[in-house]
Design a protein. Structure first.
Length: 153
């Protein structure tokens, strides 16, 4: 039972638990706290009091979380591919069936594929043949805006 009173062993156990959790989640959730535990091990090995070990672990974890997490998330999400639907936002489409939100009808064609569409402006009817800009996606429906609404006159 001597290991329970040894803070280095306790911090090492905390570090191992946090690393194991990180390995299973792969979401950069506990690695920051593992860094704090690692520094706390050093403070404990140098004979620092428990309150200082805890304080250092909290400070180091917070610094790692707030300053390195955004950079790491940007790096890890860099290669993330947008889904087919997400890649449509901002693109042009051709109205193939009148868009009328009140009646709940509307169709557009994008990249040779037909989609159900709704106008982002309630009360606006968009006729077949019009060019629209895809502004968003709601479920399986594209939210569109008439291209001529974007032209500065």
């Amino acid at each position: 039972m001597d290991w329970i009173t040894n803070p280095v062993i306790v911090w090492l156990a905390v570090l191992i638990i946090l690393v194991v959790i990180e390995i299973f989640t792969l979401g950069l959730t506990t690695i920051w706290f593992a860094g704090g535990a690692l520094v706390a091990i050093l403070v404990a090995a140098l004979g620092g009091p428990v309150w200082l070990q805890i304080l250092i672990a909290i400070i180091v974890s917070a610094v790692l979380l707030f300053f390195t997490r955004p950079v790491a998330m940007k790096y890890f999400n860099r290669d993330r591919e947008r889904t087919n639907a997400e890649s449509l936002v901002g693109r042009q489409a051709i109205v193939t069936g009148e868009i009328d939100n009140l009646q709940g009808i509307g169709q557009v064609t994008v990249n040779g594929m037909e989609w159900t569409a709704r106008s982002i402006m309630d009360g606006q009817k968009i006729e077949p043949g019009e060019v629209v800009i895809i502004r968003g996606i709601n479920g399986v429906k594209l939210l569109v805006e008439c291209e001529k609404n974007n032209i500065m006159e």
